[in-house]
Design a protein around this ligand. Sequence first.
Ligand code: PRP
Ligand code: URA
Length: 212
Amino acid sequence: MKNYKNVFIFDHPLIKHKIAILRDKKTGMKEFRELVEEITTVMTYESMRDVELVPVRVETPLETTTQYKVPEESVAIVPILRAGLGMVNGVHKVFPTARVGHIGMYRDEQTMLPQEYYCKLPDGIEKKTVFLVDPMLATGGSMCDALDALVKRGCKKIKIMSIIAAPEGIAKVAERYPDIPVYVSTLDRGLNENCYILPGLGDAGDRLFGTK
Ligand code: PRP
Ligand code: URA
């Protein structure tokens, strides 16, 4: 895969460990959901290394000091339905007051092209740092369409987080939106004839919600 300046692939051994369990077809729904949440929390910390802090005065039991905090209300989370929902709590662990927007997409099973069926975003989202989350970045079609929707709404600071990505999906997003950072926990080999990621973990939505 080409080297893209804004694509960050985490290579942390503990994330690798968690993803090995996530991939295993014997891992049940509850553990799967918990792992997605946990990995997302770690990714959120890592992807916010560049966050701008504001000075605040804090009274410790001993004295008053200037400390630094993330401004309240500066973050929003937008999951791509359905599977992106599994990542929301993971970001909320770090930013409990983050507003949540929803973009509904499904891939047409014949054409593999994304179809948008829902979009509801919080007021003022264009001023926030938006975490656009979906555990699977396969062809990149759903992510690009979701990005189009956010950019059309005036969002300027977007961070993409996906747990597993295929090189095809990364290339599509990075070439269409070279300035938007893409954070990925692991890069897989490629796609099968049905555009599923290999080795992947199967259908993330079905595994999170027990629909199959
Ligand atoms: C999955 C996944 C992504 C999309 C990725 O959703 O959660 O949204 O596929 O594929 P792409 O990169 O090729 O667009 P799916 O369409 O299966 O819907 P679901 O989450 O409702 O199961
Ligand atoms: N969506 C999934 O849930 N899994 C894949 O491998 C590809 C798209």
